[in-house]
Design a protein around this ligand. Structure first.
Ligand code: CU
Length: 127
């Protein structure tokens, strides 16, 4: 073997070793636990848009809430979430929700906002 071939042979050997080792390295966790789903919900008399949200179980749901008119509330009774959504032009509020159990999690307006207040509802569906 020509001595000039040695470094190339060594390099190829190292590349080969590297390629062989890569699949053995632990892979980053890629399950839903590390995922975030961001949703914007707009509140106005007397509904939430959207009012139905689907999320995979374990995924962190980040909901940004804003109002198109007056103050509203956002409550998820099963998850002990209850916040006030500021009136239009007065800011937004963010909540985080995560469930490891599939099922439906109803939410509702928790701040009396007028005649249709009790109809102001929606559901988070955890699949
Ligand atoms: Cu209300």
């Amino acid at each position: 073997m020509n001595y000039r071939m040695i470094p190339w042979g060594l390099a190829l050997l190292l590349i080969g070793l590297g390629a062989a080792l890569v699949p053995a390295l632990p892979k980053a966790k890629k399950n839903s636990e590390s995922k975030v789903q961001r949703v914007r919900i707009s509140a106005e008399r007397f509904h939430f848009i959207p009012s139905r949200i689907r999320v995979k179980r374990g995924t962190l749901l980040e909901i940004e809430l804003s109002s198109q008119d007056t103050f509203h509330g956002f409550r998820i009774p099963k998850a002990e979430v209850d916040v006030t959504i500021p009136a239009r032009g007065q800011g937004k509020v963010k909540i985080r929700f995560r469930s490891r159990k599939a099922g439906s999690y109803p939410f509702e307006c928790s701040r009396p906002c007028g005649a249709g207040h009790t109809m102001m509802r929606g559901t988070i569906i955890v699949e």
